[in-house]
Write a protein that binds this ligand. Structure first.
Ligand SMILES: *[C@@H]1O[C@H](CO)[C@@H](O)[C@H](O)[C@H]1NC(C)=O
Ligand SMILES: *[C@@H]1O[C@H](CO)[C@@H](O)[C@H](O)[C@H]1NC(C)=O
Ligand SMILES: *[C@@H]1O[C@H](CO)[C@@H](O)[C@H](O)[C@H]1NC(C)=O
Length: 257
């Protein structure tokens, strides 16, 4: 008995260490296991609009590399604009070879499907971590026939060309500004706005990256913004929007993360 435990106990810990080592190799540090599906067509049609309220992805600078996020990742729109690097994970049948990765921007919400089990079509149910990719993003990683693939993901910096964009939306009773083409962390978490004749005032998230400006007298004012992302970084866009702005217009600024 004495003898046996002397021999077996070290063996047990050795095999535990080996198993833990293998686990570490399986998922690199800083990456998380999730799953991915796709939606829309090969031209990323069907991915326009969406719960982040960006509108046309091509115009917003995201291209076709976009994704919808499940509830836990979407965080009620707080993750809109965030960038993720994804790799197809250890599925030799469907993953394309070559350690490929793709970087996508969160532009939409993948709603839960309570009628379905999470492993049978309810991919975006709580608490699944799931990416519903644009089709071009999906086929970059895997054979389309797969339908669903295991992936690993990590948050990465968003790289944007040109400055932060402010699109004026809404109507004279409800002024909205949609903020896009944001680099760095990418996901705007707070916005403060100042009219040329009004004090600095917080804007509130209406949905996605559409922010509500409560002081309606800003309708006839030039606008400046302080935009902050989830990593605590802030940028000031002074006089980003001229006094004679109209609904539907987009203004690109020099400010960028
Ligand atoms: C795959 O790429 C990652 C970087 O994204 C790298 O750390 C890793 O070593 C690569 N693995 C192989 C097998 O090439
Ligand atoms: C994708 O998978 C299908 C079904 O297994 C196969 O017929 C097809 O050749 C594959 N396509 C590619 C590009 O590997
Ligand atoms: C709204 O803007 C006007 C100036 O046009 C300013 O006098 C007023 O204090 C502002 N209201 C709030 C609540 O900031």
């Amino acid at each position: 008995m004495e003898m046996a435990s002397c021999v077996l106990l070290p063996l047990f810990f050795l095999s535990l260490a080996v198993a833990q080592e293998r686990e570490k190799q399986a998922i690199p540090e800083g990456w998380t296991l999730a799953h991915a599906t796709y939606y829309g067509g090969s031209d990323a049609s069907g991915t326009m609009g969406g719960a982040c309220g960006y509108g046309n992805m091509y115009h917003e600078g995201f291209g076709v590399e976009t994704t919808a996020l499940s509830t836990v990742l979407f965080q009620n729109g707080a993750s809109c604009g965030a960038c993720y690097e994804l790799k197809c994970h250890q599925d030799p049948k469907w993953c394309r070879p070559g350690n490929l990765s793709i970087t996508v921007t969160a532009t939409n919400f993948c709603p839960p499907n309570p009628a379905r089990k999470s492993y049978r079509g309810g991919w975006c149910n709580y608490p699944q971590q799931h990416f519903d990719l644009s089709m071009p993003a999906f086929v970059h990683l895997a054979n389309r026939t797969a339908g669903i693939i295991p992936v690993i993901y990590t948050r990465v910096e968003c790289k944007r060309q040109g400055g932060i964009r402010f699109t004026m939306r809404g109507n004279k009773w409800f002024i909205l500004v949609m903020i896009s083409n944001v680099g760095g962390a990418g996901d705007v978490r707070s916005v403060v706005v100042k009219g040329s004749r009004s004090p600095w005032t917080p804007a509130t998230r209406a949905w996605g990256q559409n922010w509500h400006i409560s002081n309606r007298s800003m309708l006839e004012q030039g606008l400046s913004f302080v935009v902050s992302t989830s990593d605590g970084e802030s940028r000031i866009a002074l006089d980003a929007v001229p006094q004679n702005w109209k609904f539907g217009q987009t203004f690109t600024t020099a400010a960028q993360f």
